[in-house]
Design a protein around this ligand. Sequence first.
Ligand code: C5P
Length: 238
Amino acid sequence: MNSQAPRYFALIPAAGVGARMAASGPKQYLKIGGKPMLRHAIDAFLFSDLIAHTYVVVSADDPFIDSVVPSHGVTVLRCGGATRMESVRNGLAALGGTLRDNDWVLVHDAARPGIDDALIEKLITSTGEHPVGGLLALPVVDTVKRSIAGEVGTVSREGMWLAQTPQMFRYRLLRDALAAASDSARDPRQVTDDASAVEALGLSPKLVEGHPRNMKVTMPGDVRLAEMYLATAQPELL
Ligand code: C5P
C-alpha cells in the first residue's frame, strides 16, 4: 500500500456530563448490558480492521477513563472542552503531528453504544473518495412538528434525515471547518455535530443510511432500548 494512502482514525468525544440523563455520573460510563457505554463504542472501532487507531477525548480531570479503556489500541486525550465541538477541536489539535491532512477521521459520540463494525464499514465504503465526507443518518419517517412559544406547525419531512455518528471527514477539512465555526458569530453551542461545521463552509457531505440500533442514549429510558438493540444480532445492512 502507498505509504501516503489515507488512513482511517476514530475519534470519540467523551467529555460530556450528560445532563439530560440525570444520572449520578457522566452518562458515557453508565453500563449498558453490563459494560460501560463508552466501552461499547471503543470495542466496535477496535474490532474493525479498517480503523488504524482509536482516540478518546475526555476531560482533564476524568477519574473513570483509566478503568474503562483497554490496554492496547486506544489513546486517551485529556483535552475535553466545554462543548462537544471544543472537545473534537482539541482532540484534532492534539493529533497535529500524527495525522496527515488527507487521513480520514471518524468522529463518533460515546453515547451511541450500538455502533458496530458493519456500520463502520458501510460508512467508509459508501463514502469512498467523496470530496467532502460522509455521515450515518436515518431518513425521517414520522410527521414533523415544530412548536415555538405555543405556535405549532408541520414541517415537511421530505428530504429530512436524522444525523447519527460516525461522521467522517478528512483531517484538514474537519480542523478548518471547526476553526471557522468557532470563529464565526454563530453560537458554538448550535454546532452539535461535525457535519454542520463542514456544511457552514458551503459543502455537502454524503448521507449514508445508518440503523436505529445506533441510537443516541440521552434520556433515562434510552438505556433499556439500547440494551434491547445490543442483545440482538447485527443488523442486516442494505
Ligand atoms: O450531550 P450529547 O449526547 O449531545 O454529547 C454528544 C457527545 O459529545 C458525547 O459523547 C459527549 O461525551 C461528547 N461531549 C464532549 N464534550 C462536551 C460535551 C459533549 O466530548 N463538552
